[in-house]
Design a protein around this ligand. Structure first.
Ligand code: ADP
Ligand code: MG
Length: 298
């Protein structure tokens, strides 16, 4: 349901920018016992910054870091993903020209592709390059990816015409109110779960920082939906919080879908509640207020 501007708890709800899809939504806030949180843009700020660019230096490849960054940025110029914005911004800041890509395509939760200077350039996960493009990432590149991930970074591989050229690493930070919000979810009787398309290293680092024990990493948009359905099949009533196109199916399937207002239109359209500010403590307040409003009505 598309949220209309119905506000819970009158004054307080409008002050906090909590939009509710309709009165039937209030009923659903009562039963939820599990809250599934998307990571990027939901638990973290989503404003990633470039950490490093590493061109492959092993046999047969002759390319420097700026050239790898240029190819990555040219392709990512077509993407709205926070990771893409970080790459494009960093390239521009270094005076690297990001124009010239055509035939851009994105595979949510996996990577992006485009044609640059007549070459097919891919930027994405090691897994996606392997499974969808049969590109084997050489040891020299895998080592950089593993080190970055162990350090809590998100590493994407840049490939041209079927050959891996290097690694771009971006990093994100946890929202300042995230740990507080998780404590509030638990106090409301909601079991928190972190669900992300990102790698295990990043997922575990973020979960530990905010106090979440149950983590599901390397999720595709389809497996995000599956996770919600599996939890429901286990008898849980699931609230899902997300911001991306990759979360839309899971948000729609959840017993209660909550979109971060700073997120994409697809996420907002698939949700029952929108939290305009994107603040996670306001999500907790939305659940609390909805339940309180329900008690007032009854
Ligand atoms: P999250 O679930 O944390 O919001 P996503 O599902 O959006 O993350 O993305 C999961 C992973 O897919 C990213 O960590 C990245 O490796 C890859 N990915 C997604 N979008 C892009 C992109 N525009 N360019 C390169 N890689 C991408
Ligand atoms: Mg996200």
């Amino acid at each position: 349901a598309t949220p209309t501007a119905l506000l819970v708890g009158t004054g307080r709800g409008s002050q906090l920018g909590i939009l509710i899809g309709g009165p039937q939504v209030l009923e659903r806030t009562r039963g939820v016992d599990t809250i599934v949180l998307d990571k990027t843009g939901t638990v973290t700020t989503g404003s990633m910054a470039l950490r490093s660019v590493t061109a492959r230096t092993d046999a047969g490849v002759d390319i420097d870091d700026d050239a790898v960054l240029r190819l990555a940025a040219a392709v990512e110029d077509g993407s709205e993903h926070p990771l893409a914005r970080a790459i494009v911004e960093a390239a521009r800041a270094r005076g690297v020209d990001v124009s010239g890509a055509t035939q851009f395509t994105a595979t949510p939760g996996a990577g992006v592709q485009a044609v640059v200077d007549g070459d097919v350039v891919l930027v994405g996960t090691v897994r996606w390059l392997g499974e969808s493009w049969s590109i084997t990432v050489p040891e020299a590149v895998a080592v950089v990816v593993d080190a970055a991930e162990a350090d809590g970074g998100t590493a994407v591989v840049v490939a041209r015409n079927g050959a891996a050229l290097g690694v771009v690493v971006v990093g994100d930070t946890v929202k300042p109110d995230a740990a507080d919000a998780v404590r509030r979810f638990v106090a409301l009787g909601l079991h928190p779960v972190l669900l992300t398309g990102d790698n295990d290293g990043v997922a575990r680092a973020v979960a530990a920082e905010v106090g979440i024990d149950e983590v599901h990493a390397r999720a595709t948009p389809a497996s995000k939906l599956e996770t919600v359905r599996r939890l429901q099949a286990e008898g849980r009533s699931v609230a899902m919080v997300g911001d991306g196109v990759n979360d839309a199916a899971a948000l729609a399937a959840a017993d209660l879908g909550i979109a971060m207002g700073a997120g994409t239109d697809a996420a907002i359209a698939a949700s029952d509640i929108t939290v305009v500010s994107g603040r996670l403590t306001v999500v907790a307040e939305a659940v609390r207020l909805s339940r309180a409003t329900l008690r007032t009505i009854k």
